[in-house]
Design a protein around this ligand. Structure first.
Ligand code: AMP
Length: 420
């Protein structure tokens, strides 16, 4: 072991478990790619100001959890704590919204950073796969994203997750509700910090996890009862479209999320096997965000699914992904000439698209066969001096244990035909 360890709140992805992470990312991305979402990648850091404005000046993410720093050149930057603000910034910067093809549909996959108190399922470095549909106000778009997330989780074999759905209203009805909620909160017995929050961002008090606060919130006014007709109709259509798709969800009138930019449709995916960090993903509509970061009005909707927690959810449900072995053929040379010949065979196999690996380092037959077994390869090719003198190599089927001699010049074709 070296003197260094992964920083607090982080962990390394190493084989074989890392293969599960890759498969989860791929499973989430596949339905997006099939639905018109194009891949976008943005820098790991952005101007602090983008997140302050985009995520919200009063959110925990911005006030407590951001890795912010000043560069030697004097730029104030932050490691990205979430994806939406960056993706929207990039889309606006590239004028994607002006190409006459709205909505702009984008998906991304990457690392995010939050200075949080680490615990199981909550890390300081984590990964998300996300999707954003920018520049269209259409309940079918909100429904599409929820349905695609459901499809992704199901394709992985997850079953014990639930979809919580709510509407946060818009700039017509939310202010009226906000004032009513503030009135209610002022009459409660709350600590100073929570009272301050009630002043700045009262909806987020509904999200307070403490029991004594939740008890007092029982009679709180609900946004549901304040939605304007347009928001009500919009939400009803989202619900109908999801229901028609056979995706079940629960109405959660108290669902608000830790980011300020959400409007109307808001949803969260929770998994019941995860304990306190039960949210595996979340998202919603953010019609005002573009203007908040200096762009034109661009109603948009998106989500981000956490890769780390999705992997934990798979473990909690005891789902083992069916991951094919990465190596199909393993070559074991015995002696110098065999090394040259089999290294050539391996190179040719790889060039022909067959996943092949080789026993490196001078190893005896026993050690080399151990490596062959570990590789998960379906076939092993073994050759010694005597085989080569006869112009053959030994082809061993690792499943049946059967072994046959195959001509050196035929082995590549033979393997290709067996593996096809
Ligand atoms: P949020 O942007 O907070 O809505 O997060 C979206 C998803 O990212 C969550 O549902 C989690 O699955 C994941 N996530 C957020 N923060 C963390 C974290 N600190 N550690 C691990 N996963 C996280």
């Amino acid at each position: 072991m070296s003197t260094f360890k992964a920083p607090k709140g982080t962990y390394d992805l190493i084989p074989p478990d890392s293969a599960t992470y890759l498969a989860v990312r791929e499973a989430i991305a596949a339905p997006l790619r099939d639905s018109g979402y194009g891949y976008i990648e943005t820098p790991g850091f952005e101007s602090v100001e983008l997140f302050a404005r985009g995520v919200g000046e009063s959110t925990d993410i911005v006030t407590k959890e951001m890795y912010a720093f000043e560069t030697k050149g004097g730029d104030k930057l932050a490691l990205r704590p979430e994806g939406t603000a960056s993706v929207l910034r990039a889309a606006l910067e590239a004028n994607l919204h002006k190409l006459g093809n709205l909505p702009v549909k984008l998906w991304y996959s990457g690392s995010y950073y939050r200075y949080e108190r680490p615990q199981k399922g909550r890390y300081r470095h984590f990964s998300q796969v996300g999707a954003e549909a920018i520049g269209a106000e259409d309940p079918a778009l909100d429904a599409e994203l929820i349905i695609l997330a459901d499809q992704a989780y199901r394709s992985l074999g997850l079953r014990d997750f639930r979809i919580l759905l709510n509407s946060l209203g818009d700039k017509e009805c939310r202010p009226v509700y906000r004032a009513a909620l503030q009135d209610f909160l002022r009459g409660l017995d709350l600590d100073e910090e929570t009272l301050r929050r009630a002043d700045i961002n009262p909806l987020r008090v509904l999200d307070d996890k403490r029991d004594d606060v939740q008890k007092q919130l029982v009679g709180a006014p609900l946004l549901r009862d304040y939605l304007c007709d347009a928001c009500k109709a919009y939400h009803e259509e989202v619900r109908e479209l999801i229901t028609a798709a056979g995706v079940s969800f629960e109405d959660d009138a108290k669902l608000v999320r830790g980011l300020d930019y959400y409007t109307r449709t808001t949803f969260e995916f929770v998994h019941d096997g995860l304990g306190s960090q039960s949210a595996v993903g979340g998202g919603g509509r953010y019609d005002g965000l573009s203007e908040m970061i200096g762009g034109p009005a661009l109603p948009s909707v998106g989500w981000a699914l956490g890769v780390d927690r999705t992997v934990l959810a798979l473990e909690a449900e005891g789902v083992a992904l069916d991951l094919p072995a990465s190596t199909s053929v393993f070559a074991v040379p015995l002696g110098e000439e065999a090394r040259r010949v089999l290294f050539g065979v391996v190179t040719e196999l790889r060039r022909n698209g067959v996943a092949a690996d080789f026993s490196y380092g001078a190893k005896g037959l026993k050690g080399a066969m151990k490596n062959a077994n570990r590789s998960g390869a379906r076939y092993t090719v073994v050759a010694g001096e005597r085989d080569l003198a006869e112009g053959v190599v030994q082809l061993k089927d690792m499943e049946s244990g059967e072994q046959v001699a195959v001509g050196v010049n035929e082995i590549v074709a033979e393997l290709e035909s067996r593996l096809s």
